[in-house]
Design a protein around this ligand. Structure first.
Ligand SMILES: [Zn+2]
Length: 177
């Protein structure tokens, strides 16, 4: 599917869905500075390296324009999981799960589980669109595991062994088909 077809499909499921460049969004800039402060400067890439769903809006870095259709599909399938979570839990429930349990920084089990569900879809989409070998790529594994144990999302689940086990179980599920 092309980028336009994918976006059309998302708009059918979420009629208020829209895309906003982080660079042009005062809310995104405010979150960026809050993250720089909360992580003591370890997360400085929120505006340029990350996609973020808030409500029905997907906030994108400028690199969005350069994604090819396959990367775009892999990304949008991850973000669609977050849109569906928001529908499932409601906006307040989602904010609570994302921000509160157990701690905003360090042990954010709620955030880790929400992200894990979305990254499982990232892996599934990668296997379907780029092949199982691409999903098995150790660099992809290292990058995703780091998102959980590192500063990107505020050290949301810093137990590397546990995250690696989730990852390997998800890969094994994919391999079983
Ligand atoms: Zn996510």
């Amino acid at each position: 599917m092309t980028r336009e077809e994918l976006l059309e499909e998302l708009r059918r499921e979420f009629p208020r869905f829209r895309i906003c460049y982080k660079r042009k969004s005062p809310l995104s800039r405010a979150i960026h500075w809050a993250l720089v402060a909360l992580t003591m400067g370890r997360q400085r890439d929120f505006l340029t390296g990350y996609y973020t769903v808030i409500g029905d809006t997907l906030y994108v870095p400028d690199s969005w324009d350069a994604l090819d259709d396959v990367d775009c599909e892999i990304l949008l399938r991850h973000e669609r999981v977050h849109l569906r979570q928001r529908r499932r839990y409601g906006a307040l429930g989602m904010a609570f799960l994302y921000l509160v349990p157990f701690f905003p920084l360090g042990l954010a089990y709620g955030r880790a589980r929400l992200e894990w569900e979305a990254y499982t879809e990232t892996l599934r989409a990668t296997a379907e669109r780029r092949g199982l070998a691409a999903a098995r790529d150790p660099q992809l594994r290292a990058r995703i595991v780091e998102r959980f144990v590192g500063p990107a999302y505020g050290w949301m689940w810093p137990f590397r062994k546990r995250v690696e086990r989730w990852y390997d179980e998800a890969l094994a599920d994919l391999e079983r088909g």
